[in-house]
Design a protein around this ligand. Structure first.
Ligand SMILES: NC(=O)CCC(=O)C(=O)O
Length: 287
């Protein structure tokens, strides 16, 4: 479990305050990306719905084409002028009249190198707490998506996607070194599940996991939990934010991932003969 002072690269998680005015959200993101670059970061991660309130009634109004819309143009330019990789949180995307909750990834030349549409939509009904039906306006994505940062492979999910261990396991199977989930848990569920899920996905997949939330804004209809964080492959929280508007800059040493995979080699110890039939058996039963 030893760690060294070696850093493969420095990552920034920008916990931005999201307001109703889209150009303000985008301008603030661009400024903070520049600041992350000045602080030596190679990869910058933005929160879920960083250019729009997280509100089903507003997603269509805020939506834009990818990659032709104004937010993508700003992210592409910011990546290019600062020579950084950007995981652009998520934005409401419009395509063929459908709306998606979509994350874009930009390389230091300003090229879009990946795009992930939220696969699992946040439809929950907890009486007296949280009722949200993302599927009332958002359509789900149907694919898993990764990108390469040098020799490291990174898998993408958006918020509610983190609850589905199968998705993370598939990324593990694709040998992802890190998983990134822009997310906006609410203040009711966040305290119990946000950190737990992040640590669990990191520990069970022996990968770094970063979650990036908007800052808490009590003026918005949906109040985000905040507490963006990054967890190492042992499940240890390397750094975390409070609920406030703030940025994290974290050095990542991927050697630690090789260590845990060697020391606790669960990857080679899987009894797939027993449990990989779990859904097959269910499907057969339901026929
Ligand atoms: N934006 C989301 O998907 C919220 C997910 C969430 O709060 C959860 O509890 O899961």
């Amino acid at each position: 479990m030893t760690s060294t002072n070696h850093s493969d690269f420095r990552v920034a998680i920008l916990q931005l305050t999201v307001v109703a005015h889209k150009p303000t959200n985008v301008a603030i993101a661009v400024k903070r990306i520049q600041k992350a670059k000045i602080n030596g970061c190679t990869l910058v991660i933005l929160p879920e719905c960083f250019n729009s309130p997280y509100d089903t009634a507003l997603f269509r109004q805020y939506s834009e084409a990818i990659p032709g819309g104004e937010t993508c143009k700003a992210l592409s330019q910011a990546a290019k002028s600062n020579k950084v990789y950007i995981v652009g949180g998520s934005i409401p995307e419009i395509c063929d009249e459908k709306i998606y909750n979509t994350c874009t990834v930009w390389d230091p030349d300003g090229n879009m190198i990946a795009k992930h549409r939220k696969v699992h939509l946040f439809d929950v009904n907890i009486p007296g707490s949280t009722c949200f039906k993302e599927s009332s306006t958002i359509s789900p994505g149907n694919s898993l998506n990764t990108f390469q940062l040098g020799k490291f492979k990174i898998g993408l999910g958006i918020c509610y996607d983190i609850r589905f261990s199968e998705m993370a396991a598939l990324y593990r199977k694709q040998e992802c070194d890190m998983l990134i989930y822009p997310g906006a848990f609410c203040t009711e569920i966040g305290p119990l599940h946000w950190s737990l899920l992040t640590r669990f996905r990191a520990m069970e997949n022996q990968a770094f996991v970063a979650v990036a939330s908007p800052a808490r804004n009590t003026d918005s209809s949906y109040v985000a939990w905040g507490h963006s964080m990054i967890v190492d492959p042992w499940g240890k929280v390397i750094d975390k934010a409070t609920e406030k508007d703030m940025d994290l800059y974290i050095d990542l040493d991927f050697g630690i991932r090789a260590n845990i995979r060697q020391q606790i080699p669960t990857e080679n110890q899987r009894r797939t003969d027993i449990y990989d039939t779990i859904y097959v058996a269910n499907n057969e039963k339901n026929k």
